[in-house]
Design a protein around this ligand. Structure first.
Ligand SMILES: Nc1ncnc2c1ncn2[C@@H]1O[C@H](COP(=O)(O)OP(=O)(O)O)[C@@H](O)[C@H]1O
Ligand SMILES: N[C@@H](CC(=O)OP(=O)(O)O)C(=O)O
Length: 451
């Protein structure tokens, strides 16, 4: 059987939901349907998740929420009315939206998580009603009843392993189960969400839990392309890629599939098929444990992400100083800050962070405490930091990829701040300035994909 996830773009309107319904009806194997909140209907539109964030903020700051509540209700009303769903089924959805501020929350972080999660929760209830009305044997399944228990981090939860045994009890369901993506519950029964885009993670968790033959992830592109299609016109489509390739690429900016969603897929060895709701006949991209070694190109994909920042430290004879790294890492640990990479030279060290973790106050505290602990000659944070990643299993067996990439970047006048080749040899990472990121991706694409 298959687990099938529809992203916000596939559920943005009643017209889109009609396509979703046809896709589910077309294959009896499609038993577990994971849904996101309604997404953007057109460029410049607002996702329901972002409307709910606005609603939560206004609630926290005791501002007037009338307009945003109406906008959210209108999104669900358009979908419901498009399928003639009875008012008796729509009214509880509208009332839940209105009553979100009146529920008890431990603090504002849980309030925010619960507001956000209702984008998916109410959409799954609505989609289940539409499916049932269309004659499918379908019903809503809440993550709590599915047995999904997550860590107590309201906006960045991780699944707890014992959940998989609970989910396994839902294998071989004779009904179509419509499950909201993006959130689950901590051990105290409070709602916690995954990070943004996290409905992909729910789909992968359910796929592993019920041991699905395939996890189909429906979105709005015909395939995963070698580069973000907003940067290059008609880029090469990737037919097959490995889990490791996709994990590196999604980490570095391929927003089409969440990097954390690869972990349950790898653990359960579930092949993922990214497909287009608007062209379900197109084969899409397969992500699996191994792929044919032969490929037209030495590189599978090129990605960049600007969501990083770095802390640079310089001190002469740093390489001889025992405990230098430990002292810094202890300070980071005390502040609950994780780091992404830490390339070093003989006299200097760069620590790269996910910049969402840092605030100006925290940066000030870290700078002061690290200065007091290790007395660097120079220390500063920079936010003008992007990571550029060249990824491909075939790179391992080829000589000269690094020199071709560096030459292409140099010819485009792109300054390299950092270079790092992972031990697995399937990726090369460059640190570059944000302003160079798009041009760098295009330069590498032209070098490796233009014949
Ligand atoms: N390499 C890539 N290949 C395909 N799409 C990509 C790539 N990198 C970024 N994207 C973007 O990802 C989008 C799909 O992801 P997302 O917006 O999260 O969809 P959904 O609403 O289905 O979850 C595409 O429309 C495209 O703009
Ligand atoms: N709706 C959530 C979760 C999600 O996965 O959405 P989408 O499938 O539209 O990327 C978000 O916007 O983050």
């Amino acid at each position: 059987m298959k687990v099938i996830k529809f992203g916000g773009s596939s559920l943005a309107s009643s017209t889109q939901l009609q396509k979703v319904l046809s896709i589910v009806q077309a294959d009896a194997q499609r038993k577990y349907v994971i849904v996101s909140a309604p997404g953007k209907r057109f460029d410049g539109d607002t996702k329901v998740t972002d409307l709910l964030i606005q609603y939560a903020r206004q609630t926290i700051h005791r501002q007037d929420t009338t307009a945003v509540v109406q906008t959210i209700i209108d999104r669900y009303a358009e979908i419901g009315h498009g399928f003639n769903v009875a008012e008796a089924q729509l009214t509880p959805i509208f009332n839940t939206i209105k009553n979100l501020p009146n529920q008890p929350y431990a603090d504002n972080t849980y309030l925010m998580a619960a507001f956000k999660a209702h984008g998916e929760r109410l959409n799954a209830q609505l989609v289940a009603a539409v499916f049932a009305q269309a004659g499918l044997n379908a019903r809503y399944l809440d993550p709590k009843d599915a047995g999904m228990v997550v860590t107590d981090v309201p906006d960045d939860a991780q699944i707890i392993d014992s959940s998989y045994e609970n989910i396994a009890k839902w294998a071989d369901s004779d009904q179509i189960l419509v499950i909201p993506g993006f959130f689950a519950y901590n051990r105290n029964g409070q709602i916690c969400t995954f990070s943004r885009g996290g409905s992909d993670i729910t789909g992968a968790i359910i796929a592993r839990g019920v041991n699905a033959e395939r996890y189909e992830n429906f979105t709005d592109v015909d395939a995963i392309y070698a580069v973000n299609p907003s940067l290059v016109a008609e880029p090469a489509a990737i037919n097959e890629m490995t889990f490791r390739e996709m994990r590196e690429l999604s980490y570095a900016g391929f927003s089409v599939f969440h990097d954390e969603a690869l972990i349950p897929a790898i653990q359960g060895n579930i092949t993922v098929n990214v497909k287009n709701t608007n062209h379900p006949e197109a084969p899409g991209t397969l992500i699996k444990s191994n792929r044919e070694a032969s490929s037209d190109y030495p590189v599978t994909g090129i990605a960049s992400s600007s969501s990083f920042c770095s802390l640079y430290l310089r001190k002469y004879l740093l390489n001889k100083e025992v405990g230098f790294g430990r002292k810094i890492l202890t300070i980071l640990e005390d502040h609950h800050v994780s780091y992404e990479h830490m390339p070093s030279g003989i006299d200097d060290l760069t620590i790269i962070f996910d910049e969402h973790q840092l605030t100006p106050e925290l940066e000030k505290d870290l700078t002061q405490e690290i200065s007091a602990a290790v007395h660097p000659d120079e220390i500063y944070f920079t936010h003008d930091y992007s990571i550029l990643m060249l990824v491909g299993e075939s790179m391992r067996n080829r000589v000269g990829i690094m020199s071709r990439a560096a030459t292409a970047l140099a010819n485009s006048n792109i300054k390299l701040i950092m270079v790092n080749q992972g031990a697995s040899e399937i990726s090369i990472m460059f640190g570059i300035h944000d302003r160079d990121a798009d041009q760098a991706v295009v330069a590498l694409y032209n070098e490796f994909f233009k014949k």
